[in-house]
Design a protein around this ligand. Sequence first.
Ligand code: NAD
Ligand code: AKB
Length: 312
Amino acid sequence: MAKQRILVIGASGQIGVELTLALRKIYGNNNVIASDLREQSPLLEGTGPYVSLDVMNKEMLHVQVIRQNVTQIYLLAAILSATGEKNPNLAWSLNMQSLLNVLDIAREEKLTKVYWPSSIAVFGPTSPRQNCPQQTIIEPTTVYGISKYAGEFWCNYYFNRYGLDVRSLRYPGLISYKSEPGGGTTDYAVEIFHAAKAEKKYTSFLQEDTYLPMMYMSDAIRATIELMEAPLEKINIRTSYNLSGMSFSPKEISEEIKKHIPEFEMSYKPDYRQQIANSWPQSIDDTVARKDWGWKEEYNLEAMVKDMLLNV
Ligand code: NAD
Ligand code: AKB
């Protein structure tokens, strides 16, 4: 394989930090260029190149792609579900224009691959709530979900029309300890660990019985790399693959935490994010990802809670 030069856009975010570190291990520190609008994460300092970049500035993005001899882009910049509902126009504009800028430049510069994540947020209240399949009724009700669904079809379009090898996963809510989550509805499942360790109590912004699809970050990073390294002929979905790890409610995660911290107290004060959570499926069927490129998660709720409490 020819030498790859990878640009990660949104590298200071929850996924970006860990994905950049993982890509640097595989492709070499200097071949993975981290970029973001905000400053570099301290966890990335000294591990490889960093450029300050606004993905909305197409000209500057294009200059960087040429200057850095980029062959692949991982686009992670986005506004997530909860923040998106506070500023729908901004969410639509960033989530769509960033993708169109990247797809256009990738086509023009003949990049070998592009990665862009979608989300379980593409599904809406009319989708099946349990084991939501790859192909089903998809009528999202959040601006974030609408932008992700539209984005999936842009990826599909660039693959079919221009042969651009763009790949995508519909991540569930991601749980991690290295960098903070960036304004999603599933963020409670990260906040709870910090509160459990620091104060031994947490007030959930979702009701106790709100089941949502979730995944531990190390599984999500591995899924991303496995998808991107899979041979071309194994990739049959050019919109975005369903991906599943685990599914739990605030009550279930609090009970699992109590096994390690018996004095932990959980209370509930649902806010506007409850409505968003109610519109999403409770669990996801990812049979197609398992069949096409061999996906299998490692972490269940028990293993994830144990590891989070060790590391937070
Ligand atoms: P995040 O908010 O933590 O990180 C996004 C990063 O993008 C931030 O560091 C931000 O500064 C940067 N950014 C914002 N605007 C930018 C711009 N104009 N130019 C350059 N950088 C900019 O988000 P995340 O959780 O790491 O999510 C990354 C991707 O994964 C997003 O597309 C998100 O929709 C998707 N996703 C995340 C989750 C999750 O649970 N974290 C689940 C499903 C899908
Ligand atoms: C969010 O809650 O917005 C994200 C997601 C599931 O896309 N974590």
